[in-house]
Design a protein. Structure first.
Lengths: 442, 350
């Protein structure tokens, strides 16, 4: 057959022009919000699959949703992890502490004590309940919104604040943007500002753990936005090929700065559903339900530890605040989204569940809130004694040149000397104090 | 379960090896010595690599330590970073240097920065091996010399051997180094030194001094240049395949040159470079890579900054042209004897 070009091919005929679809979120600033289009499966509806099942058998769980807490605040269905009240209270307190920490650090940034901060408000269950379902020494390759894991693992709050203030006690020597923690002793990998790079790294760590016959597993987080990066595909392919003992989490909080999840493909399918195409088990979870996050994590951890393979978990949640202190969400989305979000607030949902169990009450909740606020305040005050960003007390000058390599090469030695000369030229009084704790840049 | 045979760290008797055999031997020695070393990449396992550099490793050390990977350089380097965070010492292979670009974010933003950004909590003792350079009719995607991309990145070391002897010793040093090392292997000289005359019969390493490779363990420190020949007429700064081309051209012209094989591009052996230029007063920089913003530009700058008052002539720079590496015209691209000879003549006229 010959087409209109005169070459072999099928004639196209008389067709309407092709159309390009540029996604547009349903609601923009000022719009009323109606979430009736969003299909939220009922709590307890999804069957619990055998942890050793074939990846493809999890397809219903990638399109449905693991949900445990129902509208009456009861834990229902086969995914109920049946945690004792004491554990539930600890999870609740850790989430409340995380929120209190975020609130204080956000204010600290607004007060000029640091350059930048990122809250995880509304997403506390994702990281905190996840951490509770792992072993304490399983390795976490976080993105930038998993401070709840560090807090759950009892990482000292004062160390977090030192890092955020880039002060002289900052273990990272003031080199990293605030919140980009690193805590090897707490199984918490150094956070990168380049998105999704941690995903294939987590797979590599998990491969190493298996190579060495270890029993620790790895877990990693990306946002739904950065699941579009090539690193996601690299990680999924490597994880599937080597059956790596890893949990790969996509936190679908609906927004990547100002780009809604449609720009990562959410209009077409769920993020969890991508798992099955790779031959990886997938679970879509109510990310505002701490019990569901715990249950899904436990399922994936058991599966990985039993050499049954990796799991992709999509945590369906909502970013209640801006992306960071550097953007204003009211400029691109409707403020009503947060108010109307059908999956509620993770802290209050767990609290109401405990109240329904008769294991909690409003007075204890109010007391807890005061207590965590005091704890954060004490840590912040202690850290402020070590300085805040831009007001002296940074790390000694020469540390800027250290750790580029294990040993200082000649060019960095020369540049370090130059930096000290520049500083002495600008601040003659500081002459000879090039290695002191104080002093400003040139 | 594979038995770990710990190889004693001793240098043995020398025997002739080509560069592939020397690299393969280095991997055998180091894997036998350190159970944390893992080797992986495209086609490196059962098959032993498209250039055979990893031949026999999987049979000897097992699939847990030597294995094939998906065709995904981002995944190869990314997994290596994670393995290094665990405590392994990965030695991934990127099949051709031209294929390394999908892994650049993992190299530049991750491997190179881990130590700095974590203040030493996490490091990346990774050696990325990769064949580079042209002269084998590889076309534009199997011939490139991208070394300047890596010397530009703080936190990476870049190493390029020019003989089997140096390839083994430098690779062992690279694997032992606690920082990430880009180890580019000049594939044109895998089987023998190359004097730049592509129309002459090819030579083997057999009767060449650099082709004598000690058995067992030895290392050549990174950051140290090798004086190929001592002379007083000019300093030639060169590395990889071009070492041999430069040597042949200068011998032909009877110029008594001080030829330095840089071996480690970064950290550069600046002391040896300075001493030589201060002695000779003239400097010729040669590389096969494209010209603009190539590593030669850095060398010329450094020599100018540090040896200006010793210079008796403008520094000469001979490079490949600023085009992709053309398949049929690769010898027109290659900085061969004519291009180098002209630069030598200009320097000698001064």
């Amino acid at each position: 057959m010959v087409d209109q070009t005169g070459r072999i091919g099928m004639p196209r005929g008389n067709l309407p022009p092709l159309e390009l679809h540029v996604p547009e979120p349903r609601f923009r600033p000022g719009d009323p919000v109606d979430y009736s289009w969003l299909d939220i499966p009922g709590a307890g509806e999804l069957p619990r699959f055998d942890e050793a099942c074939e990846a493809r058998e999890t397809m219903p769980a990638t399109l449905g949703m693991v949900r445990v807490l129902d509208e009456k605040h009861r834990a229902v269905g086969p995914w109920d992890p049946r945690l004792d009240p004491e554990t539930l209270r600890r999870i609740l307190r850790t989430m409340a502490l995380t929120r209190a920490f975020d609130d204080r650090m956000y204010r600290g940034q607004r007060q000029g004590k640091t350059s930048f901060y990122m809250k995880c408000t509304g997403e506390e269950a994702v990281s905190v309940a996840h951490a509770y379902a792992l072993a304490g020494d399983d390795m976490v390759f976080p993105s930038y919104r998993q401070q709840g894991i560090l807090i759950a693992r009892d990482y000292p709050l004062v160390e977090m604040v030192n890092q955020i203030y880039s002060n002289r006690a900052d273990r990272l020597k003031g080199r990293q943007l605030p919140i980009m923690y690193s805590a090897r002793d707490y199984g918490f990998f150094t956070i990168s500002g380049n998105l999704a790079t941690q995903f294939p790294q987590a797979v590599g760590w998990a491969m190493a753990s298996a190579i060495k016959g270890d029993t620790r597993i790895a877990t990693s987080f990306v946002g739904e936005g950065s699941s579009a990066e090539g690193d996601f595909h690299a990680a999924m392919t490597f994880a599937a090929v080597y059956n790596a003992p890893v949990i790969l989490n996509v936190v679908n909080n609906q927004w990547a700065i100002s780009s809604f999840s449609g720009f990562a493909g959410a209009e077409r399918s769920t993020f969890a559903a991508r798992a099955v195409g790779y031959g990886i088990a997938g679970l879509r979870v109510d990310g505002n339900d701490a019990l569901a996050v715990y249950a899904a994590t436990q399922w994936a951890a058991n599966r990985a530890r039993a050499n049954k393979g990796p799991t992709l978990i999509e945590h369906f949640t909502y970013r209640a605040e801006g992306h960071s202190t550097s953007d204003d969400p009211s400029a691109y989305r409707s403020a009503h989204e947060r108010e109307e979000w059908p999956l509620g607030d993770p802290v209050m949902r767990l609290a109401r569940h405990l109240i329904a169990l008769g294991e909690w009450d409003d007075e204890r909740h109010a007391a807890m809130d005061r207590e965590v606020a005091e704890e954060v305040k004490a840590a912040a005050k202690a850290a402020e004694k070590n300085g805040v960003l831009g007001h002296g007390f940074h790390h000694p000058f020469h540390t800027m040149f250290e750790d580029v390599f294990e040993d200082l090469p000649w060019n960095l030695r020369e540049q370090a000397e130059q930096a000290i000369r520049e500083r002495e030229a600008k601040w003659p009084a500081a002459k000879g104090a090039g290695t002191s704790d104080q002093g400003e840049g040139a | 379960m594979i038995e770990e045979t710990v190889v004693s760290l001793q240098e043995g008797e020398a025997r002739p090896m080509n560069m592939i055999e020397a690299i393969n031997d280095a991997l055998h020695v180091m894997m036998g010595h350190n159970p944390d070393i893992v080797v992986f990449g495209e086609d490196v396992g059962y098959f032993g690599g498209v250039f055979r550099a990893t031949a026999g490793l999987q049979a000897k050390f097992g699939k847990m330590r030597v294995f094939d990977t998906p065709i995904n350089e981002c995944g190869i380097i990314g997994a290596a970073v994670g393995m290094a965070a665990y405590g392994l010492r990965p030695v991934p292979e990127i099949q051709f240097a031209d294929y390394i670009y999908p892994g650049l974010d993992q190299l530049i933003s991750e491997a190179a920065r881990l130590r700095y950004r974590s203040a030493g909590e996490f490091t990346a003792p990774i050696t990325v091996r990769s064949p580079f350079g042209g002269g084998i009719f590889g076309g534009q995607t199997h011939s490139q010399s991208p070394e300047a991309l890596f010397t530009h990145v703080s936190g990476l070391k870049t190493v390029i051997p020019s003989t089997p002897h140096d390839a083994k010793g430098l690779l062992i040093a690279a694997i032992e180094d606690n920082d990430p090392v880009i180890f580019f292997e000049p594939k044109r000289i895998y089987n023998g030194p190359f004097d730049g005359y592509y129309d002459h019969p090819s030579k083997t390493w057999k009767n060449y001094p650099g082709g004598q490779v000690p058995e067992g363990y030895y290392s050549i420190p990174l950051g140290k240049a090798r004086t190929v020949r001592e002379g007083s007429a000019m300093t030639v700064l060169v590395y990889g395949t071009m070492v041999h081309v430069a040597e042949a051209v200068l011998a032909e012209k009877g110029v008594d040159a001080d030829i330095l094989d840089l071996r480690t591009l970064w950290p550069l052996d600046i002391e040896t470079v300075e001493k030589s230029v201060q002695k000779t007063g003239k400097c010729l920089v040669i590389h096969e890579a494209t010209r603009t913003s190539g590593f030669g530009a850095e060398l010329v700058s450094l020599v100018q900054e540090r040896c200006f008052y010793h210079l008796e002539a403008p520094i000469e720079r001979v490079t490949g042209f600023d085009t992709p590496y053309p398949h049929s015209l690769e010898w027109a691209y290659f900085p061969g004897p004519v291009r180098i000879g002209d630069a030598v003549d200009r320097l000698m006229k001064e």
